[in-house]
Design a protein around this ligand. Structure first.
Ligand SMILES: *Cc1c(COP(=O)(O)O)cnc(C)c1O
Length: 471
């Protein structure tokens, strides 16, 4: 499988190379040159498979040529059978007639990001061992990504992981999930600044890696990394098969920030899975909702909400959808993104926008409605939703086109990660930490507070990485 850039002028890469790359050299994002496509008969024959076996069937075409079949099977077994606490991996819970949530929070850090980052860690370990190379993962987090990346890569031999978080600005649970994992390749940095400062320093470091003096290179763990999108395609197949697919169509509602998770659903459909409707569920940071309802893509000021993992101004993966809407014309997309950069706003040709509207609907839910939904759903069915998932459920109810088609909301996090919203909802229950994390608050933390300066961060990375020892 070859991967090409959305902006058309970077070299095509194979899976192994794309795994170790962030943005393409032309500023675009990598996507498969051709998507694998499965027939209904083929998909139907996967009914009843374990999550691991299904994951193999869905993902193998993407890694073929880089990883032998048996090795990939072993990696998937280790990922989904050892690291998830529920035997079904991604169990479905019913809320109402034809209405479901798919619980994606049974991984080690209680958010859906574990599905991709647990696999990413194993993929990196495998590929780096083979190439005898060392890499540095450098990432910024406002919460969920950091802990999932650390959990996913903690055992990687040839990886040092540095995660920046804004000092005193992440929740206690989220900070503890990052800082109580210890290992000489894990480095938590609490930056005396805000999340944007952290992100900016990461961006600049990727742009100019000379501070590493050629001893290592940076790898991205945010959702611009193709491997993350790939791993998320699987659970759309898993839900559909459980609910009568592919003989029956299914719809999904996805709590959305950077458009990575829902983009995986769009790919599942293009690979042959009958999906009727995809609902983009947003909080007050509603740039995607404004695009889908008004054909205007333009960032506004950042709002801090009760669903912080969706607090974004622009959605990095949206470019991957635009690439398809532009007939995969990299040159045209490069021009569009350049005009977005100068004007901070774009609209696309009406017929292209209408093509997107055939599949996508969208909705925006404010904090007050988020809390009301948590309470209402708990009263109706005793299912306690986290605030992100509540936005998904409310959006699904508002946008649903056909009540006879099953609607599945992706439950992206466990409610215990966001106790503030649950408490404000008045549902009258406090979510509890699952067994494997029940002593989280007693565990010892380790992190370094660092000044808000690029130079300080880069010299820390250079001084503390195991670049020389690793090989
Ligand atoms: C990351 C995250 C999201 C947003 O996912 P995207 O792929 O960025 O759209 C939603 N909910 C939770 C809990 C998350 O951690």
């Amino acid at each position: 499988m070859k991967y090409i850039s959305t902006r058309g002028s970077a070299p095509a890469l194979n899976f192994e190379e794309v795994l170790l790359t962030g943005l393409a050299s032309d500023g675009g994002l990598y996507v498969p040159e051709v998507l694998p496509r499965f027939t209904h008969e083929e998909i139907a024959s996967w009914a009843g498979l374990s999550y691991t076996d299904l994951a193999f069937n869905v993902m193998y075409p993407f890694v073929e040529g880089s990883i032998p079949e048996m090795d990939f099977r072993d990696m998937l077994r280790d990922t989904y059978e050892e690291s998830f606490s529920h035997k079904a991996v991604a169990p479905l819970t019913q809320l109402d007639r034809n209405e479901w949530v798919m619980e994606l929070f049974h991984g080690p850090t209680l958010a859906f990001k574990d599905f991709a980052l647990q696999l990413l860690g194993r993929l990196l370990d495998y590929v780096l061992e083979k190439r005898k190379e060392h890499v540095v993962i450098l990432g910024a987090t406002s919460g969920d990504t950091g802990s999932a990346a650390i959990e996913g890569c903690r055992r990687c031999k040839n990886v040092d992981i540095f995660i920046l978080h804004p000092h005193n600005r992440v929740s206690d649970v989220q900070r503890k999930q990052m800082t109580t994992i210890t290992g000489d390749n894990i480095h938590n940095l609490a930056v005396e600044g805000n999340f944007d400062d952290c992100q900016q320093m990461v961006k600049e470091s990727f742009g100019d890696q000379s501070f590493l003096e050629g001893k290592s290179r940076l790898v991205a763990v945010n959702s611009i990394n193709w491997a993350r999108i790939m791993a998320q395609i699987v659970y759309y197949f898993h839900a559909s098969l459980a609910l009568g697919g592919p003989h029956r169509s299914v719809s999904f509602s996805v709590p959305t920030g950077n458009f990575g998770d829902i983009f995986a659903g769009y790919l599942a459909r293009n690979m042959g899975l009958p999906i009727n409707q995809l609902v983009v569920a947003t909080n007050k940071n509603d740039i995607l909702h404004r695009f889908i309802s008004e054909n205007k893509y333009s960032p506004e000021a950042l709002h801090h909400t009760l669903s912080p993992s969706m607090d974004i101004m622009v959605s990095s993966n949206f470019e991957r959808l635009l690439f398809d809407l532009y007939g995969r014309d990299g040159k045209a997309l490069a021009e569009l993104m350049a005009s977005f950069k100068t004007d901070a706003s774009v609209s696309i040709d009406d017929y292209r926008w209408k093509a997107a509207r055939k599949l996508f609907d969208s909705f925006t839910v404010d904090d007050e409605k988020t809390c009301q939904t948590i309470k209402a759903v708990f009263d109706e069915s005793e299912e306690l939703l986290d605030p992100h998932t509540a936005i998904g459920v409310e959006s699904a109810r508002q946008c649903r086109r056909d009540a006879s088609i099953p609607m599945v909301t992706l439950a992206t996090a466990h409610p215990v990660k966001f106790p503030e919203a649950v408490e404000k909802s008045g549902a009258g229950v406090s979510p509890e930490l699952p067994h494997h994390l029940s002593d989280l608050f007693e565990r010892e933390e380790s992190y370094t507070v660092i000044e808000n300066s690029l130079e300080a961060v880069q010299s820390y990375v250079k001084a503390h990485g195991n670049h020389d020892k690793a090989l």
